[in-house]
Write a new protein. Structure first.
Lengths: 668, 108
């Protein structure tokens, strides 16, 4: 079976090389059949990679320990869902997942754009082929998942931290995000290579960018939830280098999603947009490099390997190539449209972009500095939480405020008086909330208080936007409120979908501020019958239980929970001892109050021989808003992504001529 | 040769056929040149984008004004130049479209 996997990967390597070389030659020489052939090679590379991936899946499902990768990451007792997720539990499988997602995206993006942007696709094919070539080379020559060994009786099992439902989905979404950024990058490079700097590359990649950005966002939230549940330190984000590796390209892509609207609306920022999309893609490569090369030690990085130099070379090529192309096409990218006023929607978008890029680069610097320092001075320095928290406040809080102001300002220019009038109601509501919070005792954290006040401002601004839009539509059409509201959203999906995403970011900000600035913690060694009080809860240690799970012995300390006079039942926290893996994992106990959004979070730090247990208990106000934000985020993204037939018709009319022309046979 | 290797060989043959398909379908085409937009057509495409941008901006301005996001003064100061831009975009488009039609007719 391994032969089939190896052959399939070899085919992908050949097909990618062909897409790069033949595709490049076809575009350069203007050869139609060769261009179609290169495009077909890109489509076929998805199927050959799929065959390789299926071989590995079958290897895991059938416990084929003659495959070294399966033996190293699975065992007979491993539950089936984790056998399948063990696919991406290590280096080689992760790279194969990267390649599978890349070839799938490439095939779909090229196929869907083949008519509307045919002359562009000719140049996009070699770029996507080049990226696939890099990854298939790694899988064929450096880090193959199909190495065989004499089959052992059982495998080594899977790292217990990865035996979690969130870890089944988290890497897939993360890779859908990382890899998806290759599509807008390839189209931008295709536009620059061909010298066609019209809007077609943006139109062709709008949805792909949004899909990648949404997937990367979901992936990060799933990862945060995994860390919260599984790592057992009481938090969900620790500014770990591997966590940052996903956040950095997401921030760059967020900036791009905003600035590209200025190009669509005003024809401005063409250079900035191709630079941003290149930055986002190169940062996604950097993220994969951090996660996969073993260059940083992280709780999220499960590999140590020799692919680092290859990856670094790949990143250098991508940065040099995109910089050279932007430099080469600068004259065509220049635009005559100018920013008319510093008080306008496009100016607000620009400020938003500057803040997002500044935040992105400061996090990048904090993440890369320990590596740079180690390489240059031979000693690694630690960039800790205070660095990131400082810059998050400096750039993040103004960003939050801008999210509320931006939608209230008109395009082109608005007078200060007009702006003040537009922000009056949201500002009054926000200030009143701030005063109320101080009165309720929330003034203990100034950043927390500011975050709450700004969040209220943004939420109020969003509500005002929806209300004004609905009222204006009602005045025009006489429709009832629900119809007017639905029509308003349906006819402006990207705009109102974007507002829903803004609401999700606000929920996230409230959740983060609440759970980090206002949390309570207590620690204690409890014997049976002893109690511990924290944040209004009283926990009494009742008993220690032990049972055999599918592949681990599960030890749990059970505690009775009371708040005031209310009996809230029990909560259990403990440890799992994995026999095959010879490792012990922390299993936390979480009791969520869905009405207040608060969590009671219990860690059993040590289970003593005498039956006493050392507990650490957190009360985390509003933390569940973070997970709720994920649902709202997906909802907003879906609204923005949903195709608008009117918009599609308009674009079809606009590009019909280009389509007709490119389908007409040549006469030469 | 094992069954897996036979499957691998079949897969290789299949992808070679897919890649060669454009040449198999058209072994001797009248022309193998890629069709691309020429200069005037590219200008036309960009003018169409400019027209759509100007008309969308006008529509959005009206919506902003109706929704009360824009005061009457702000609306008046912006709507004039925007209408001029839209008219200019339409004129340019007409001129370029006429040029493309004439070019096409002459070529025929």
């Amino acid at each position: 079976m391994a032969e089939l996997g190896r052959a399939a990967l070899l085919l992908t390597l050949g097909l990618s090389a062909y897409a790069l070389v033949a595709g490049g030659a076809a575009a350069w020489l203007g050869r139609r059949r060769l261009a179609h052939s290169a495009r077909n090679a890109l489509l076929a590379s998805f199927f050959s990679t799929l065959v390789a991936a299926l071989v590995l899946v079958v290897g895991f499902a059938r416990d084929d320990f003659s495959l070294a990768y399966v033996a190293g990451h699975s065992s007979e007792a491993l539950p089936i869902q984790y056998k399948l997720s063990a696919f991406w539990g290590g280096q080689e499988g992760s790279l194969l997942l990267w390649l599978l997602v890349l070839t799938a995206y490439s095939a779909l993006a090229v196929w869907f754009a083949r008519k509307r942007a045919r002359d562009l696709v000719v140049w996009v094919t070699p770029v996507l082929g080049g990226i696939a070539l890099g990854f298939s080379w790694l899988l064929v020559a450096v880090s193959s998942p199909f190495e065989t060994i004499p089959a052992p009786a059982d495998g080594n099992g899977l790292n217990p931290s990865l035996q979690n439902p969130y870890m089944v989905a988290h890497p897939v979404f993360l890779y859908l995000g990382y890899v998806g950024l290759a599509v807008p990058f390839a189209f931008a490079m295709g536009a620059l290579l061909s010298g066609r700097t019209d809007e077609r590359w943006i139109v062709a990649t709008r949805r792909w960018t949004l899909v990648a950005w949404t997937a990367l966002g979901i992936g990060q939230l799933l990862g945060a939830h995994w860390a919260y549940e599984e790592v057992g330190w009481g938090g969900y984000y620790a500014w770990d280098p591997v966590e940052n590796a996903a956040l950095i390209p997401w921030l760059a892509a967020t900036a791009f999603l905003h600035s590209v609207m200025i190009q669509e609306k005003r024809g401005m920022l063409r250079v900035w947009n191709v630079a941003l999309v290149s930055l986002a893609f190169c940062l996604s490569l950097f993220g994969t490099f951090l996660t996969r090369s073993g260059v940083v030690s992280s709780i999220h990085s499960f590999t140590q390997s020799a692919i680092g130099p290859w990856f670094l070379g790949f990143i250098i090529v991508a940065v040099a190539f995109s910089t050279a192309m932007i430099w080469l096409r600068l004259p065509q990218l220049r635009t005559t449209a100018k920013l008319e006023s510093l008080v306008s929607r496009e100016a607000a978008f620009l400020y938003n972009n500057l803040l997002l890029v500044a935040l992105c680069l400061t996090i990048l610097w904090g993440t890369a500095w320990p590596m740079v320092s180690e390489a240059v001075r031979g000693e690694s320095v630690v960039v800790g939480r205070p660095y990131y928290d400082f810059f998050l406040r400096i750039f993040g809080l103004p960003l939050l405020l801008l999210m509320g102001i931006g939608p209230l300002v008109a395009w082109r220019r608005a007078s200060l008086r007009g702006l003040l009038r537009a922000v009056t109601w949201p500002a009054v509501i926000a200030l009143a909330t701030g005063v109320l919070l101080v009165a309720l005792g929330a003034g203990s954290s100034i950043p927390g208080l500011i975050a709450y006040t700004f969040s209220t401002f943004v939420l109020a601004a969003i509500v005002v936007e929806f209300a004004r839009g609905t009222a204006a539509r009602r005045a025009l059409t006489g429709e009832p409120v629900p119809t007017a509201f639905a029509q308003l959203v349906g006819r402006n999906r990207r705009r109102y979908g974007g507002y829903v995403v803004h609401a999700a970011v606000v929920l996230l900000a409230i959740g983060v501020a609440g759970s980090s600035a206002y949390d309570s913690v207590a620690e204690g060694r409890l014997a049976r019958g002893d109690s511990l009080s924290v944040g209004g809860y009283t926990l009494t240690y009742r008993e220690l239980t032990e049972r055999d799970g599918p592949n681990a012995t599960e030890i749990r300390a059970v505690l009775d929970v009371r708040r005031g006079r209310d009996d809230l039942g029990t909560i259990a926290a403990g440890k799992n001892a994995y026999s095959v893996e010879q490792q012990v994992s922390n299993e936390v106990g979480i009791r969520s109050d869905l009405l207040t959004g608060e969590d009671l979070f219990v860690i059993a730090e040590q289970v003593r021989d005498d039956g006493a247990v050392v507990f650490r208990v957190f009360v985390k106000p509003l933390v569940n808003l973070i997970w709720l934000a994920g649902i709202v985020f997906v909802l907003g993204s879906l609204i923005a992504l949903w195709p608008d037939p009117r918009e599609e018709r308009r674009l079809a009319t606009r590009y019909a001529r280009a389509e007709e022309r490119s389908e007409t046979p040549a006469t030469t | 040769m094992s069954g897996w290797l036979l499957l691998a060989a079949a897969l290789a043959v299949a992808v070679v056929v897919v890649v060669a398909l454009p040449f198999l379908r058209e072994p001797a085409p009248a022309s193998d040149a890629l069709r691309e937009l020429d200069g005037p057509e590219r200008e036309l495409l960009e003018a169409e984008e400019e027209r759509d941008r100007a008309l969308a901006a006008l529509k959005e301005l009206e919506a902003d004004h109706r929704a009360g996001r824009l005061s009457d003064d702000d609306y008046r100061s912006v709507v004039g130049p925007l209408r001029q831009e839209a008219a200019q975009a339409l004129r340019t488009l007409d001129r370029l479209a006429a040029g493309t039609r004439d070019g096409g007719a002459k070529a025929d």
